[in-house]
Ligand binder design. Structure first.
Ligand SMILES: Cc1cc2nc3c(=O)[nH]c(=O)nc-3n(C[C@H](O)[C@H](O)[C@H](O)COP(=O)(O)OP(=O)(O)OC[C@H]3O[C@@H](n4cnc5c(N)ncnc54)[C@H](O)[C@@H]3O)c2cc1C
Length: 390
């Protein structure tokens, strides 16, 4: 285990930090005020990111991506985490690894254009009646000749207005339980596929979250991703790693940014004739936040190095998801407190960080579900989540 940086890694971190600071952060307030990122601005962000070699940097080189190791991907995501969700999406791409499971033909049609940014996609699993219980979906793909006919609905699908196609879960065999679910690629514009309402959220302004309906959408075998009946297995296997990127690494980046601002404020803001950072109760909040951020980052790096070594880390992913989401919640909550009324007032971004952070305990599996997964893993005898020598 060697956590010292190589020159390339330092360059990667420095480049993204500078790019986020110079190109993305100045756009945050407009996006927040308008609730929208214009398409031409989105395109320019992608082009600038591509020029620096940062777009789809997580995807292997053979498909046109940056070919980072898992640990490096986490370092990159941490830096992207320093800005808003929608700006990260346009600068980094939404190129989830689930498309690496595509057939050769599908890779040409979907993966390669996603890596170049010509096309964007989202994953659509959640339904009004099936959230945490992902196996309880009602969307149904019924066999019809060589293909399927898709009927059902999804909701809360991130980036749905911008995306060109979606990886969708559907029941293909209602008698087979979790082994009766398959994933399909559904393209915007297909007959019978409707994007519905953009559902208003507490935070994440600028990113759309949509309802969608499928009414007799005709799918061919070219739309089936992976094998029939293996949809949930495929989703859980590939999206676990995405959780580390989207939630854990980005939480650390956000928390680090907030921490910098808390320190500046604690030095500048004076009450009772002294900087508030001189008061021990403020110092305790600063110290607690620093300890939690650092502990979460080291735990992530350890798990990332195990992933790079090819180890199975399912329990650790759940543990980190909860740890990071709750760490960020504590850090932004303390930030509002340290800033006092200015932390609650919309003139500063602190209240926005507080609202945006709240989602991390909910999506990509709630804290309750991940605690349950972690506990079950330990009950089955996997103690490696807390005893690395075990
Ligand atoms: C902003 C946003 C973006 C999203 N983006 C996407 C997306 O792009 N694609 C997608 O497919 N989905 C997306 N989702 C959906 C998200 O993943 C779900 O909201 C999440 O999985 C929780 O499901 P639910 O909302 O139905 O809550 P429920 O499952 O109804 O849970 C309600 C409460 O019950 C608890 N609970 C449920 N089951 C148990 C249990 N067994 N033990 C203990 N407690 C339990 C939960 O932890 C929670 O506290 C998004 C949601 C939001 C809000």
């Amino acid at each position: 285990m060697d956590f010292s940086f190589t020159e390339e890694q330092r360059l990667l971190v420095g480049t993204i930090r500078e790019f986020v600071h110079r190109e993305l952060k100045p756009l945050e307030e407009d996006v927040e005020a308008g609730g929208y990122l214009a398409d031409d601005v989105a395109r320019k962000i992608r082009q600038k990111s591509q020029k620096l070699g940062l777009y789809a940097v997580n995807i292997p080189r053979e498909f046109g991506g940056g070919g980072l190791s898992f640990l490096e991907w986490m370092m990159a995501e941490e830096q992207f985490g320093r800005t808003s969700d929608i700006l990260i999406r346009r600068a980094f791409g939404n190129v989830y690894e689930i498309l690496l499971e595509a057939s050769e033909k599908q890779k040409q049609t979907y993966l390669l254009p996603a890596v170049t940014g010509e096309r964007t996609f989202s994953v659509a699993f959640t339904e009004p009646e099936a959230g945490s219980d992902a196996a309880a979906i009602r969307t149904r793909a019924e066999r019809s000749g060589e293909g399927w006919v898709l009927n059902g609905s999804k909701h809360f699908i991130s980036d749905g207005l911008f995306s060109d196609f979606f990886v969708v879960t559907a029941v293909t065999d209602p008698t087979a339980g979790v082994h009766g679910i398959s994933t399909f690629i559904v393209e915007k514009g297909m007959m019978g596929f409707t994007i519905g309402r953009d559902q208003p959220m507490m935070g994440l302004r600028g990113t759309s979250h949509v309802e969608m309906q499928f009414e007799n959408v005709s799918l061919s075998s070219d739309h089936l991703l992976g094998s029939e009946g293996q949809g949930l297995k495929l989703a859980f296997a590939t999206l676990g790693r995405v959780r580390l990127a989207q939630v854990v690494a980005r939480s650390i980046g956000k928390a680090t940014l907030v921490m910098d601002q808390c320190l500046d404020y604690a030095r500048e803001r004076r009450q009772f004739g002294a900087p508030i950072g001189d008061f021990q109760m403020i110092q305790q909040m600063l110290a607690d936040s620093a300890m939690e951020i650092n502990g979460t980052r080291l735990a992530l790096w350890h798990t990332a190095s195990r992933i790079d070594a090819g180890e199975e880390v399912r329990g650790s992913i759940s543990m980190l998801k909860v740890q990071a989401a709750e760490m960020l919640g504590h850090v932004v909550d303390r930030a509002v407190q340290i800033f006092g009324g200015a932390g609650y007032c919309r003139d500063l971004p602190i209240e926005r960080y507080y609202r945006d952070a709240r989602i991390y305990r909910i999506y990509d599996g709630t804290s309750e579900i991940h605690r349950a997964v972690l506990a079950k893993q330990m009950m089955r005898g996997d103690t490696s989540v807390y005893d690395i020598y075990g």
